[in-house]
Design a protein around this ligand. Structure first.
Ligand SMILES: Cc1cc2nc3c(=O)[nH]c(=O)nc-3n(C[C@H](O)[C@H](O)[C@H](O)COP(=O)(O)OP(=O)(O)OC[C@H]3O[C@@H](n4cnc5c(N)ncnc54)[C@H](O)[C@@H]3O)c2cc1C
Ligand code: FES
Length: 306
């Protein structure tokens, strides 16, 4: 992947479709044209955008889950960050992108009302994104809950740009309804359509292995013994899961990139609200980096987990 980062800009997007794939989960398809498309033509998986949502209306009262009725009324001042779950570039002047989102607060509830032809103001592309170090022949993609979108994009990206690489996808969630994918038996359609082997774990055993996905991957490692130098792990999900993935990577001496989530106010490195504690190379002390600017992707060995 290119390390030549595209410059962030104010972008305009038009909604192509906004489809509910499960209660509270939506696939939002956006089209970018002209200068906005140019800005996104070299985006890489793991980079993100900040979407302006303050002018959108709430869905009808009866469509708002009871536990969100209070928070839904909150005014939206700040843009909200989202990763891409897919991007298709049609030359320099048209880009189609997909955002997979979960409605869990005032901004994302308003996003459920978006429909074909609506326009959105966006800042992006932001952050660094995943990279592929030389010599890697096996990539393990480990997603937890809503950490799935950037890994879905990464899977398609690696299939197109590194076709020789072997890929395996692992996805965990509390229950089958919390997996933001089309689940077909033991397969996740979004990965298996690229011929990628998929593995599922749910806390309640409603699909796949009963337990945490990190427990499942630990067993998988024991059986498969992936070659340390040739393998890379990419992961995104809740922080506790990322800490477990980082530990697993360290124990097996495997390179690992994790996409961290932080509450983000500005998204462009000004407000300092998204600090991530990282180790200073060769020293015993740590320092803070900005998730929005230096991340969201970090080497797992660098991150200090509590
Ligand atoms: C780099 C990045 C990429 C993201 N990509 C996606 C994506 O592809 N799809 C998606 O559905 N969501 C994604 N998110 C999370 C998304 O930004 C939040 O869900 C959204 O901002 C919630 O806005 P809201 O107004 O609906 O709810 P809020 O009221 O802002 O939040 C609702 C609840 O979610 C928690 N929350 C909100 N943002 C975060 C966060 N960043 N980290 C941890 N907890 C949070 C809040 O504490 C609160 O409990 C991403 C976040 C980051 C930082
Ligand atoms: S969100 Fe403001 S500095 Fe990162």
């Amino acid at each position: 992947m290119s390390t030549d980062r595209p410059e962030k800009r104010f972008l305009r997007a038009t909604v192509v479709s906004n489809v509910s794939i499960a209660p509270l989960y939506y696939r939002l398809k956006l089209e970018f044209n002209d200068e906005s498309a140019k800005a996104l033509s070299r985006v890489v998986p793991g980079q993100f955008i900040e979407i302006e949502l303050s002018r959108l209306s709430l869905p009808p009262f009866k469509a708002i889950p009871e536990n969100l009725l209070d928070s839904a009324q909150r005014q939206i001042i700040l843009r909200r960050p989202f990763s891409f779950s897919d991007i298709t570039v049609y030359g320099d002047l048209r880009v189609c992108a997909e955002v997979l989102f979960c409605a869990l607060g005032p901004g994302t509830l308003r996003m459920t009302t978006l429909s074909k032809g609506d326009e959105l103001g966006i800042i992006g592309p932001l952050g660094n994104g995943f990279s592929v170090p030389k010599g890697k022949t096996l990539a393990l993609l480990i997603a937890g809950g809503m950490g799935a979108p950037p890994l879905q994009y990464l899977a398609g990206y690696l299939r197109s740009n590194k076709p020789e690489m072997e890929l395996a996808a692992f996805a965990g969630a509390k229950s089958v309804g919390d997996l933001p994918f089309i689940v077909k038996g033991s397969e996740l359609e979004e990965f298996s359509r690229f011929g990628i082997e998929t593995h599922i774990a749910t806390d309640d055993g409603s699909a796949g292995f009963k337990g945490f996905i990190t427990e499942y991957v630990t067993d998988w490692f024991k059986k498969r013994c992936p070659p340390a130098l040739d393998t890379i792990i990419y992961s995104c999900g809740p922080e506790a899961m990322l800490a477990a993935v980082a530990k697993l990577a360290k124990e097996n001496n495997i390179d690992c990139q994790i996409s961290m989530e932080r509450m983000m106010a500005c998204g462009i490195g000004i407000c300092q609200s998204c600090a991530v504690e990282v180790k200073v190379a060769g020293q015993s002390c740590s320092e803070y980096k900005l998730c929005c600017k230096d991340g969201p992707v970090f080497e797992s060995k660098d991150v200090v987990f509590e």
